[in-house]
Design a protein around this ligand. Structure first.
Ligand SMILES: Cc1c(C=O)c(-c2nnc3c4c(C[n+]5cc6c(C)n(C)c(C)c6c(Cl)n5)n(C)c(C)c4cnn23)c(C)n1C
Length: 330
């Protein structure tokens, strides 16, 4: 089997991407954020206090003839930006792009943090990290990919995220029409459960490529690209008026600045992020100061290859043994 679904940016700066999914019988459609940086599938639900729901679609297990309570099971998750949610668990039929998993663990939110309440176009997340990261207790649950794996034509899913446009997620096949040349693969170290791999180096603008191993996680659920301070300062040194602002919590610069491109390596292949992806957003709608899509990872304990980097490539998440990740030019 295979599946293919849209990845729709939720606002005009691609702060996150959502994908239509269906849960239950008859199917209830929700827009969820497919997140390779976590492994919980949770949704706004009929169990979420109405004071915490603001325009989101909700899953009502009571309206599904195939829902089953996973009694005694709970979950609680905290994300890197401080947001979080917790609740109970049902199993039900779950489909993405025509690919169905019966009795998928669907984690129903009984509490969500304010940043989720405020984001009306995001109805929950589908974790596509390794199932070892799942927070359901007393027994952890499998991700949609792990459940779908036995029926997939190929043990892969792919991400084709786009700049200010709708891209796609495919399951079970690699669509040759979505990239040119070959996919370059590199090993994934699946501990502690992220898609952890190394970049082979980087270049700022037309500068020389610096060969250096940079370990981090490819995370479709993170908006920006977080790299070591030395690399980030070398980048913004090329930007007139750039500064690392304590006030804004990162590098800002005049919106009129000319930004260099940023190139990263995967083994011998090179992928260039256009300057426009790094001129991320105005710090406020009327401001002439802009916030960078490349920021320092110091203090995070990990480098994060988020959407700003991933949308510059066609990415293959391969669940083979051993797992690996592949990047193709598009
Ligand atoms: C260590 C880390 C992160 C690790 O991942 C991280 C981050 N970066 N984007 C996101 C996340 C997103 C993407 N996302 C980011 C958003 C921001 C910055 N704002 C203002 C809104 C309204 C957002 C929405 Cl709706 N969605 N989502 C949905 C979740 C649950 C995230 C969790 N963390 N996160 C940050 C900012 N940091 C420092």
């Amino acid at each position: 089997d295979t599946g293919s679904a849209a990845a729709v940016p939720i606002n005009e700066v691609d702060i996150a991407y959502v994908t239509p999914v269906t849960v239950g019988t008859p199917p209830q459609t929700l827009m969820l954020d497919l997140d390779t940086g976590s492994s919980d599938l949770w949704v706004f639900s009929s169990l979420t206090p109405s004071s915490q729901v603001r325009g989101q679609e909700i899953y009502s297990p009571a309206k599904s003839s195939t829902s089953k309570l996973l009694s005694g099971h709970t979950w609680s998750i905290r994300y890197g930006d401080g947001s979080g949610s917790r609740g109970t668990v049902y199993t039900d039929n779950f489909t993405i792009g025509g690919l169905e998993v019966e009795s998928q663990a669907v984690q129903t939110a009984q509490e969500v943090s304010s940043s989720f309440t405020q984001e009306q176009s995001l109805d929950g997340l589908v974790g596509l990290g390794f199932s070892t990261l799942n927070t359901v207790r007393p027994s952890s649950q499998l991700t949609f990919f792990d459940n779908a794996r036995p029926k997939l034509d190929e043990e892969v899913f792919t991400a084709d995220l786009k700049y200010h446009a709708t891209g796609s997620y495919d399951f079970g096949f690699i669509d040759r029409a979505k990239y040119t040349g070959n996919i370059t693969y590199t090993p994934v170290q699946q501990s502690p459960g992220y898609w952890t791999h190394s970049l082979s180096g980087y270049a700022v603008g037309s500068g020389a490529f610096q060969s250096t191993q940079i370990q981090g996680i490819s995370d479709t659920g993170t908006t920006l690209l977080y790299l070591p301070t030395a690399i980030v300062t070398a980048y913004y040194r090329q930007v007139q008026g750039a500064q690392n602002s304590q006030y804004y919590g990162g590098y800002v610069f005049p919106c009129s600045s000319t930004l260099p491109t940023f190139t990263f390596g995967i083994e011998g292949a090179r992928f260039t992020i256009p300057a426009s992806y790094i001129n991320y957003t105005r710090i406020s709608p009327t401001s002439s100061t802009c916030y960078g899509g490349l920021q320092s990872s110091s203090g995070l304990g990990i480098n994060i290859f988020g959407d700003v980097a991933l949308k510059a490539a066609f990415v293959v998440f391969s669940g083979t043994n051993p797992p690996r990740i592949g990047f193709g030019t598009k």
